[in-house]
Write a protein that binds this ligand. Structure first.
Ligand SMILES: [Zn+2]
Ligand SMILES: [Zn+2]
Length: 294
């Protein structure tokens, strides 16, 4: 069943894959997603930490484009892992890249096409030097799959330059974190969604989003409660207070469905309560397994 109309005219939250029997409405949504009229966003992991009930950041659009890779293997079955065409990586912190290691290993065993790992030059450099370096993990950009193609292929994203990836136009936008970090604007045929990546207060992202037509939803991070503002500031993250201030840089924040992620497990309840009190915005907290049709 369609369990909730999260944003009335904008989007529908559908049951998780593998959940209840799909109903006719779901098939209708899926057909329209396949026809590229709508985008389906699946929440694989949406937390700023990990426990058996919390997974680090990873989202999938229409089963083929991953946004960050914090839980791509802990949260997706093998077939879903094989279906992915590209992963856009916001920055090199482990909670956003860790499952690149295991998805590369899994895809290597079968005749998958190379998984495109797209990120800024800085992020790719860190991944090559410190991650797929033949020490911490094998270099899967060299190791071939059963189909004798490299398991992963790096693709550099230049800030604000649109690139075609997995059938979408993707733009990286620099944001404000402790290392080089990007948000993304992902545009399909008739709709676009935006992703903040890890960021504290920033400006350019909001300027670009104000100029973006057909923006259906924004995934934005919030990590700490207001009382941990110092920690949020030094670690380049938002509290509900700074998030509200940033969202007010949008021309019509109330009209934009805004999906929150990256809450630290220790503060989940507190941050949710503080966000529930924010006025003039249209917020929902994401949960593992959520699916949105946008
Ligand atoms: Zn980070
Ligand atoms: Zn993070």
């Amino acid at each position: 069943m369609i369990e909730c109309k999260q944003f009335e005219t904008f989007s529908f939250k559908t049951p998780a894959f593998g959940g209840n029997e799909p109903n006719r409405l779901c098939w209708y949504f899926n057909a329209r997603c396949r026809a590229k009229e709508w985008m389906e966003l699946r929440v694989v992991g949406c937390h700023g930490g990990e426990t058996p009930k919390h997974r680090t950041s990873a989202f999938v659009v229409d089963e083929r484009l991953a946004i960050d890779a914090g839980s791509l293997t802990s949260g997706l079955d093998l077939r879903a892992q094989y279906r992915l065409q590209a992963a856009i990586i916001s920055h090199a912190h482990l909670d956003h890249v860790r499952d690149l290691a295991t998805i590369a290993d899994n895809r290597c065993q079968v005749d998958c096409e190379p998984l495109i790992v797209a990120a800024t030059k800085d992020t790719i450099q860190v991944l090559k030097k410190h991650f797929f370096n033949g020490k911490l993990w094998p270099d899967f950009s060299v190791i071939a799959t059963k189909a004798r193609r490299p398991t992963i292929r790096f693709q550099e994203l230049k800030p604000e330059q649109p690139v075609e990836l997995a059938g979408y136009q993707v733009r990286a936008v620099s944001v404000s974190h402790t290392i080089d970090a990007s948000g993304f604007i992902v545009r399909g045929a008739d709709a676009a969604i935006a992703y903040s990546g890890d960021t504290g207060p920033t400006d350019r992202l909001w300027e670009l989003l104000n100029a973006e037509p057909d923006l259906k939803a924004l995934l934005v991070e919030v990590s700490f409660p207001d009382r941990e503002q110092k920690l949020a500031t030094v670690s380049g993250h938002h509290t509900p207070r700074t998030l509200l201030k940033d969202l007010k840089k949008l021309r019509r924040p109330k009209d934009l469905p805004t999906l929150l992620y990256h809450i630290k497990p220790a503060f989940q309840r507190e941050v949710e309560q503080e966000c529930a009190r924010l006025k003039g915005v249209n917020l929902a907290v994401t949960a593992i397994g959520d699916q949105y049709v946008l």
